[in-house]
Design a protein around this ligand. Structure first.
Ligand code: HEM
Length: 201
């Protein structure tokens, strides 16, 4: 995502010069955390999972009988425009504390939920935030074919083919132009540039 969204990459780099990628002591999310959250919104590693109903229940228009299998898809729910404005835009800035407070509980569930929620959730977020932050500050990752990534829904979501990329040393001055690439599969646009991109098209 960062290779295709230079403005987010540059924001992340500037954040790395601040004391901690984990966020200020207030507990407010850092931009790195927002990048991870937004990436897992559009491309949830676990894109669906199921449950067996232990009793009959009516959910909205759907009668569920005891023993039925119910499948819930992060891929679909995370792209629902009733919860996420411009759902196909890659916009880490949407993850403000105020936004998260208004988000219904299971509108975003990359780690599942309920009694079987992922026990590695905090570790995964911590690790991803640190690793992505450190890599972004040191390297430019340039995808060989950025517009040809095809998601492959195996047990977890992954690219269908090998993703060839070149890692270059990051520029000393992170204030490079804020270019926007659109990925064919994601149709994602980058935060504040999204409106401009749409007006042009
Ligand atoms: C980005 C990384 C990760 C994602 C997206 C993820 C996602 C999930 C999801 C969606 C579930 C619930 C599955 C269900 O309810 O059927 C789950 C369960 C689980 N995860 Fe993760 N996970 C991640 C990383 C980790 C890590 C780092 C660990 C261990 C350190 C871990 C350990 C587990 C375990 C043990 C369960 C089963 C919990 C139970 O059934 O009680 N996960 N994970």
């Amino acid at each position: 995502m960062l290779a295709n969204h230079r403005c987010a990459l540059n924001r992340l780099r500037s954040e790395q010069s601040e004391p901690s990628v984990l966020g200020p002591p207030t507990g407010a999310p850092s931009f790195a955390q927002n990048v991870i959250k937004e990436s897992m919104r559009l491309f949830p590693p676990v894109y669906l999972f199921g449950r067996e109903a232990t009793c009959s229940v009516q959910i909205g228009d759907f009668p569920i009988r005891k023993g039925d299998s119910v499948v819930m898809s992060q891929w679909i729910v995370h792209r629902d425009e009733s919860h996420f404005a411009d759902p196909l835009d890659f916009n880490p800035d949407r993850w403000s504390a105020a936004f998260e407070r208004t988000l219904p509980k299971y509108a975003y569930f990359p780690f599942g939920g309920g009694p079987r929620v992922c026990i590695g959730k905090e570790v995964a977020m911590l690790e991803a935030t640190i690793v992505v932050g450190m890599l972004a500050s040191r390297f430019d990752v340039v995808l060989e074919a950025p517009d040809t990534l095809t998601p492959w829904p195996t047990v977890t979501l992954r690219p269908q083919d090998a993703v060839w990329a070149e890692a270059r040393k990051a520029p000393e001055d992170p204030r490079v132009a804020c270019g926007v690439r659109q990925s064919r599969i994601a149709s994602t646009r980058c935060g504040r540039n999204a409106a401009r991109t749409r007006r042009r098209s």
